[in-house]
Ligand binder design. Structure first.
Ligand code: UDX
Length: 430
C-alpha cells in the first residue's frame, strides 16, 4: 500500500522504516529541510539502535523516500499518518499547534477521499477535532476518514517495539477505515484490537498511566524496604513471578522520566479534571515520582555532616540508558539540589554533553568515569548505563577521597562493592 507519514521525528521515522520493511511504499514528509536532507542521504539524525541499517536497506529497495513538498505528497497519497510532536505546554496541556497545522494542510491540499491516521499521542477527544480541522480547511468535499492508532515505542528499543508489537490498537468510528488499517498491518502477527477513536486515545494514556503506577508503587515499597531492612530486589522478583502481576516495570529507582510518561500523566490528570472525574490514585503516583529525587538526596545528606564543599560525582545524565535524551531526566533536579547544598558537582555520561547553562553554574563534566571520581566524597548513580556496572570498582576505590556509593538504579551488586570497603546505598537495597 502507498503510505505518507507526516512528521519525521522519532516515531514517524521508525514507523516509516517498519512499514517499508512490511512491503509498503512509504514517503516521509517533514517541513524541516535539514532532517529531510539528512534522511535522503540515508543518514538518521538521531540515535536509535538498528534503525540506521534498516533505513538504508529500505531506501535501497526503493520502498522508502523523503520529501518536503507538502502539496504534492498529500495529493499523491490516500493513506496519511500524522506523527508530529505534541509537547507539553507550561500548564501541562499538550500543544496541538503542529497537529492542527498538519490537519489544515491536509484540508487545503485534499483532492479526493483520504484516510488520516493520528499516531501522535493526543488528548482524549482530539482525533475527532482533526477531522473537523481538515473539513474546515478544505474546499474539497470528498470524505475524510479519520482513525487513531497509538504508538507504544520505547526509546532505545523503538525498532524492535515497532517490528514486534505486543498489540496494535486501531480506533475509528468508520468500518471501512478500520478495514484499511487492518490491511496495512496484516503482516504483523500480534493481536489487532479494533475500537473507537476515543477508546484508542484512552488506551494509550491508560497504558502509560498504569506503567507509571507500577513504578511509583515499587518505589513506595522500596522505601518501606529501606526501613524494614528487606531487599526490594527479592520483593520485585517474588511479585513478578505472579502471572497476574508480571515482572516488568517493578524496578525501583529515581522515578520515571523521559518525554512520554511525565507529559502523558499530566495530560490525563488534566483531562480527568476537566470532566470532573479526578484520578486520585494517579495524582499520588505523580507526587511520589516527584519526591523520589529528594528521597535519594536525603540518603546522601544523612551520610555526611554537611554536603557543603563536598565533591560529588554524578554518573548519568540521560533519563535512561541507551538514549541521549535528557528530557525530564532526574539527574538535573538532583544536581540542582546538590548545588543548593553548595557541593562541587562533576558529571559523567557516555553520550550526553552537559549544556552551557550547567557549566555556567559551575558543574564540571568528565568524559572518563575514573577521572570524574578522582578525589570525590560520593558517587551518585543516576542513569542505568551498563558501563557503570562494568567499572573496575577496586580502582575507583583508590581514586576517591571517601568511598560512598549511592546507587539510584540499584545497578551494582551490593555485596561486591561492600567487600571492597565502599559504603553502599541503593533504593530499598543495600
Ligand atoms: C515509554 C513507554 O514505555 C512507551 O510505550 C511510550 O510510547 C513512551 O513512553 P520511554 O519513555 O522510552 O517509553 O521509556 P521506558 O523504557 O518506558 O521508561 C520510562 C521511565 O520509567 C524511565 O525513566 C525509566 O528509567 C523508568 N522505569 C522503567 C523505572 O523507573 N522502573 C522500571 O521498572 C521501568
Amino acid at each position: 500500500m502507498k503510505v505518507l507519514i507526516i512528521g519525521m521525528g522519532y516515531v514517524g521515522t521508525t514507523m516509516g522504516v517498519v512499514f517499508a520493511n512490511a512491503g509498503h511504499e512509504v514517503t516521509g514528509l517533514d517541513i524541516d529541510e535539514g532532517k529531510i536532507d539528512s534522511l535522503k542521504k540515508g543518514k538518521l539524525y538521531f540515535y536509535e539502535p538498528g534503525l540506521q541499517e534498516m533505513l538504508v536497506n529500505q531506501m535501497d529497495h526503493q520502498r522508502l523516500s523523503f520529501t518536503t513538498d507538502t502539496k504534492k505528497a498529500i495529493e499523491n497519497h490516500d493513506i496519511l499518518f500524522i506523527t508530529v510532536g505534541t509537547p507539553p505546554l507550561e500548564n501541562g496541556n499538550a500543544d496541538l499547534t503542529y497537529l492542527k497545522k498538519v490537519a489544515q494542510m491536509i484540508g487545503r491540499f485534499k483532492n479526493r477521499e483520504k484516510t488520516i491516521i493520528v499516531k501522535s499521542t493526543v488528548p482524549i477527544g482530539t482525533t475527532s477535532k482533526v477531522e473537523q480541522w481538515i473539513s474546515e480547511a478544505g474546499a474539497d468535499s470528498n470524505p475524510v476518514n479519520v482513525a487513531m492508532n497509538p504508538e507504544f515505542l520505547r526509546e532505545g528499543s523503538a525498532l524492535q517495539d515497532a517490528l514486534y508489537p505486543d498489540r496494535i490498537i486501531i480506533g475509528s468510528d468508520n468500518k471501512t477505515t478500520l478495514k484499511t488499517l487492518h490491511k496495512l498491518y496484516q503482516s504483523f502477527s500480534c493481536p489487532i484490537l479494533k475500537t473507537t477513536a476515543m477508546a484508542a486515545e484512552t488506551i494509550k494514556y491508560a497504558s502509560n498511566a498504569f506503567l507509571a503506577t507500577k513504578i511509583s508503587f515499587i518505589n513506595e515499597m522500596a522505601k518501606l524496604c529501606d526501613t524494614l531492612g528487606v531487599n526490594i530486589k527479592d520483593v520485585s522478583k517474588g511479585m513478578g513471578l505472579d502471572d497476574r502481576i508480571g515482572p516488568h516495570f517493578l524496578e525501583p529507582g529515581l522515578g520515571y522520566g523521559g518525554s512520554c510518561f511525565p507529559k502523558d500523566i499530566k495530560e490525563l490528570l488534566l483531562t480527568a479534571d476537566t470532566y470532573q472525574r479526578p484520578l486520585h490514585l494517579l495524582k499520588e503516583v505523580e507526587k511520589i515520582n516527584k519526591n523520589q529525587s529528594s528521597y535519594f538526596i536525603e540518603k546522601v545528606k544523612n551520610s555526611f555532616d554537611t554536603l557543603e564543599g563536598k565533591r560529588i560525582a554524578i554518573f548519568g545524565l540521560a533519563f535512561k540508558s541507551h538514549t541521549d535524551d535528557t528530557r525530564e531526566s532526574v539527574s538535573f533536579p538532583i544536581i540542582d539540589q546538590l548545588l543548593e547544598e553548595k557541593s562541587n558537582v562533576v558529571v559523567h555520561d557516555p553520550v550526553v554533553q552537559l549544556s552551557k547553562d550547567w557549566v555556567g553554574k559551575g558543574v564540571q563534566q568528565s568524559s572518563d568515569p575514573y577521572e570524574a571520581v578522582k578525589g570525590c566524597d560520593a558517587i551518585l548513580i543516576c542513569t542505568n548505563w551498563p558501563v557503570y556496572k562494568e567499572l573496575d570498582w577496586e580502582r575507583v576505590h583508590q581514586l576517591v577521597k571517601q568511598p560512598y556509593i549511592f546507587d539510584g538504579r540499584n545497578m551494582l551488586e551490593a555485596k561486591k562493592v561492600k567487600d571492597l570497603q565502599f559504603h553502599y546505598k541503593g533504593i530499598g537495597y543495600s
